[in-house]
Design a protein around this ligand. Structure first.
Ligand code: ZN
Length: 176
């Protein structure tokens, strides 16, 4: 009896969920993304563009990295040696990703951070390319490939977000 009740109940819940999805497809797909300027989470729609549009919007380097999972050569990007204070945003959609306060010297030739402005602004994926298992990091809003995260970073997180400069847009903090 209990099993039957559970089956009926979960069936009804599923139907209700499906109905809700059908009624508001855009609402259900919305994301919670942290805005560093307001200090709050905002509800935003994901950005899903065809490849031709990304090619038009992005520089060739940014397109290769963000849409083709490319990796810029070490010590060639514009930000590995950037020491200015400010915010690193997604080159694809402008989502806030990393603060200069979490940037550190990793001596790898890629801009490295020990934490993002919010984990919600990134998505992580298993990457089994090049005979290794790594954790790929993408922008949660537009799916841009940004780089990888490794477990050999400094305190307080012990993480190393190894990013491609070409996937980022830096905005310097306003001088007070
Ligand atoms: Zn993005």
């Amino acid at each position: 009896m209990k099993i039957l009740f559970l089956a009926l109940f979960s069936g009804a819940a599923l139907m209700a969920a499906q109905k809700a999805l059908a009624a508001e497809p855009s609402e259900s797909a919305r994301l919670k993304i942290f805005s560093a300027s307001t200090g709050k989470f905002e509800s935003v729609a994901p950005i899903d563009l065809p490849e031709e549009l990304w090619r038009e919007r992005l520089s060739p380097e940014a397109f290769e990295v963000t849409r083709k999972n490319g990796t810029e050569r070490a010590f060639t990007g514009k930000y590995w040696d950037n020491h200015e204070e400010g915010l690193y945003k997604c080159a694809g959609c402008g989502t806030d990703l990393f603060s200069s306060s979490a940037k550190y010297e990793s001596f790898t030739g890629w801009p490295s951070f020990y934490e993002p402005v919010a984990r919600e602004n990134l998505s992580e994926h298993v990457d089994k390319g090049f005979f290794m298992t790594r954790t790929e990091v993408r922008c949660a809003r537009c799916g841009a490939h940004l780089g990888h995260v490794f477990g050999d970073g400094p305190p307080p997180t012990g993480l190393r977000y190894c990013m491609n400069s070409a996937a980022l847009d830096f905005t310097a903090a306003k001088v007070k």
